[in-house]
Design a protein around this ligand. Sequence first.
Ligand code: BTN
Length: 357
Amino acid sequence: MSTDTEKTQARCLCDNQMSSTDTEYSEVKSSEDAFIILKALLDAPDDFVSGSRLAKQLGISRPAVWGKLEKLREKGFDFEAVRNRGYRIIKEAEVLHPALIRYYLAKLSAEMDVLYFPVIDSTNSEADRQITYGRKSPFAIASSCQTKGRGRLGREWYSASADNLYISVLFEPKIPPQQLQHFTLWAGIYICRALQKFIPKATLQIKWPNDLHCDGRKFAGMLTEAKMDADSLRSIVFGIGINLNSNPTSFPKELRSIATSLYAVNGEEVPLNQVTASVLQAITGAYDACIQGNTTESLPEAWAPLSSLNSKPVTALQGDKEISGIASGIDSSGALLLTQPDGSTIPVRAGDVTLKK
Ligand code: BTN
């Protein structure tokens, strides 16, 4: 978990109702300078980087470099400073930081324009606003706290912990809307694989269609929202909330028995900014596979080893109709197949699925 000071700062985030544009402006500028400093220091973790080199790179004085490092200290970074040698990074921030996300994206050779908001109503809503301001897609909106986080089927998404990740990516695909129907499934596959690399001690799975699970509890949920023009797609916003380093004992009471976090299943924290970069890379990979067709895998084959429902008796609720059966994978349209006692299968295309007791 993060330090007490960082946590207190993070907890306060949700109490400060900032205007999104004010926050964004300061974040983008300071993020550029922070990126240059952090890149120089993180690229040479065992060496000292001289103050004059940093000053030259930033076009500012050495005392101004010191001031920038102090600002980064306030965000949870720490540096060793040695006279005549320079600075060395000794601790990274444990809460989301836009320059760190950018640094780790570059390490993965992935590119994505990321806007960070300490507090926002919903990252999906902010993505929609940004496109109306003229921002070029694709881009991501990341936040440490949502005041109106949205879940599927009009539900609320618990978004009060800065130890978690709330992120959305907006794309403008030139495709017919029906090609979109698999996107969330592909995103689940790519994100599950990406997160598994950080969690050696537990098995991460996908619960059809939009949830990521571990040990029978949900730790992440995905929500894809599309905007249409006549009968063509204008934009899609893919949003995911992931319980990363939070402790489930801090969740609202009604969530404690059904939700978990990667920290809880792994027994130790995951590197928040590195994971965020990896998730963004996974979302881009899923987009390329699903929308651009850049994959040799079939959806049912990629899904099968990750499904939490394999061979289990389940009930699907479609409107007010219940369908029961044994979950037997998905078909190429993404429908969940429920095998009936006579051996036939019923495809379930939407709705909520629960395991039968
Ligand atoms: C669900 O399981 O019901 C889907 C939850 C999706 C939550 C994420 S958090 C980031 C993005 N912004 C939102 O308002 N919702 C999604």
